[in-house]
Ligand binder design. Sequence first.
Ligand SMILES: [Zn+2]
Length: 174
Amino acid sequence: MYLRLLVFCLLIWVTNVLNPNSTMKTKMKRRIDFIVIHCTATREDRRLSEEELERYHRSLGYQECGYHFYVKRDGNIVTMRDMSKPGAHVRGYNSNSVGIAYEGGLDANEDPKDTRTERQRDSLQLLVSSLRRDYPEAKVVGHRDLSPDLNGDGKITTQEWQKMCPCFDVETEL
Ligand SMILES: [Zn+2]
C-alpha cells in the first residue's frame, strides 16, 4: 500500500523536475482557495470506472471529467483533469478550487453513506496532504459545506445542505 503511495509521490516529483510544462508548474497560475471533496453517488455494491465517470460527465456537456482527481475503491488515485484548468464540480467555486471525488457515497438502497474503504481513506489523506503542501492557504471542505448560508449566520448547518455529498464530515476527518 505505502509503496504504491510512495511511487505516486515520486512520479509527481519526477514529472515536475523533468517537464517544465508539467501540471505541477502550470497549476501555480491558478489561485486555489478550496480543496473540495465529493462522492460519485455510486452504490457501494456497484463499481464506476474512470472511463464511465468521464463518459458520464461528457454526457452532461462537460469537455472532460469535472473533477481533477478520482479516488477509487481500491485506493488508486486517477488524475482526471489538469490542475491548471478550473474544474466543473461545484457551483460558484470552480475557478478557485480543486475537485476530488471518491467512488461511492450510497448504500445498496441508494441512501447517502460514507462508503470509503480503508484504502480510499488512506489515499484521500495522502492526496489532500500533498495538495495542502502546495496550497497552504486552501481550505479543505466537502461539497455540502459550500451550500449557500441561507440564514447568514456564517455557518453551513445540516438544514442548509443542498446535497449530502460527500457523505462524511471533511472537517473532522481530513
Ligand atoms: Zn459533490
